[in-house]
Write a protein that binds this ligand. Structure first.
Ligand code: OGA
Ligand code: NI
Length: 374
């Protein structure tokens, strides 16, 4: 165990990628270089509408139950969840001014000097709040070309305000307000997913005991050799769903669509939503948590702000029994016998989280390891 002195010392030495960039390096250190088979060949955004992540207007979700408008949105969401696992949403209820303020406080924090940011440095260890850069704990894991600040937000009792920057001065207020709005939105989406899966509206929310929420502000500095590394290597998100705020027009995020990587072009005023591992398991694989990755860029820095809607740490995650039972009663499902069985074993959310942060480099291997062999 590290001594207090060691902890104090290490608190001051986040190995930020930004420091390398400030030094003006022209080639990247070994620890960021991926083996050739893990490097990104850069796809150009497809013009084909069929190849674009759906953009869904959520306005109709406010209409009364059974209304045509609401049913239409639910159908669009069901299609996106079943066929993409990713979609953008507009008219989602988070005011554009708050999204802008959130992006601005993220930018203002990363505009501080590295020394100023070190005041919020995360302590060494797994899943620690604060400013950091080394995400995956395994020694020797290839590093991503990325720095971040990680904050636990909901329930309020998990917040540690020591790690909430006081500069810019509105950081705390904006993050608090954004967190509250994102929680409301995540609950509405959980409600829609539940209904679309044939479950009561509050099913997913109750199943995970209590929604937990955390936020990353990712900072991707410009990279002198982007083709050799990754902004964020391929992974699937571990919680229930993620709401990602990014700048309009950004194309850095790519998602896996069968055997291709498809870039997402950020739409104006939109948030990008993705299904994460817990929903894949609870839905018994009807909705898939899709792998995604971020390319590093030679010239421009990029900020992205995902809010993760997770399960309570002690939540037991398994395929929804109701779903299995209702399929058993379904004559059509009886024919396809495999679908009546749980496709995933039971896990505790916290263990999944620890596994990911210990050795997350190999993206979906944990979810695959929970799959019940036929
Ligand atoms: C993540 C993530 C994507 C991005 O933080 O889990 O996938 O665009 N981020 O930064
Ligand atoms: Ni992700």
């Amino acid at each position: 165990m590290a001594s207090v002195e060691e902890l104090c010392l290490s608190k001051l030495t986040i190995d930020a990628v930004e420091i390398l960039v400030e030094k003006g390096i022209t080639s990247i250190p070994e620890k960021f270089i991926r083996p050739p088979e893990e490097r990104f060949t850069s796809p150009t955004p497809s013009e084909d509408v069929e190849e674009q992540v759906p953009v869904i207007d959520l306005e109709g979700l406010n209409c009364c139950e059974g209304s045509i408008e609401r049913e239409k949105v639910l159908k669009q969401l069901a299609y996106a969840c079943e066929n993409w696992g990713f979609f953008q949403i507009v008219n989602h209820g988070i005011p554009e001014s708050l999204m802008e303020a959130m992006m601005n406080v993220g930018k203002a924090f990363f505009a501080l000097s590295v020394e100023e940011k070190q005041a919020y440095a995360a302590l060494p260890g797994l899943i620690m709040q604060g400013y950091g850069s080394k995400y995956i704990a395994r020694e020797g894991a290839t590093r991503d070309w990325r720095d971040y600040i990680y904050l636990l937000l909901q329930p309020h009792s998990i917040r540690d305000y020591d790690y909430w920057p006081s500069d810019p001065s509105d950081f705390r207020e904006v993050v608090h307000n954004y967190s509250e709005e994102a929680l409301k939105l995540a609950k509405r989406l959980m409600g829609a997913f539940s209904l679309n899966l044939g479950l009561p509206q509050n099913y997913l929310e109750t199943f995970i005991v209590q929604p937990y929420q955390n936020m990353l502000i990712n900072y991707y500095p410009p990279c002198p050799e982007p083709e050799l590394t990754a902004g964020f290597y391929a992974h699937s998100d571990i919680g229930m769903a993620t709401l990602l705020l990014q700048e309009t027009g950004s194309k850095a995020l790519q998602i896996r669509k069968i055997d291709k990587w498809v870039p997402v072009v950020a739409a104006s005023g939109a948030l990008l939503v993705n299904i994460a591992d817990q929903v894949e398991i609870i839905s018994n694989g009807r909705y898939k948590s899709i792998e995604h990755r971020v390319v590093a860029d030679k010239d421009k820095p990029r900020i992205s702000i995902p809010v993760f809607c997770d399960a309570a740490p002690h939540a037991i995650i398994k395929p929804a029994p109701e779903l299995l039972e209702s399929r058993m009663n379904d004559e059509a499902a009886k024919v396809e016998e495999m679908k009546e069985n749980p496709n995933y074993s039971t896990i505790v959310f916290k263990n999944h989280e620890i596994a990911f942060y210990t050795d997350g480099a190999n993206s979906k291997k944990y979810v695959q390891s929970y799959m019940v062999q036929a």
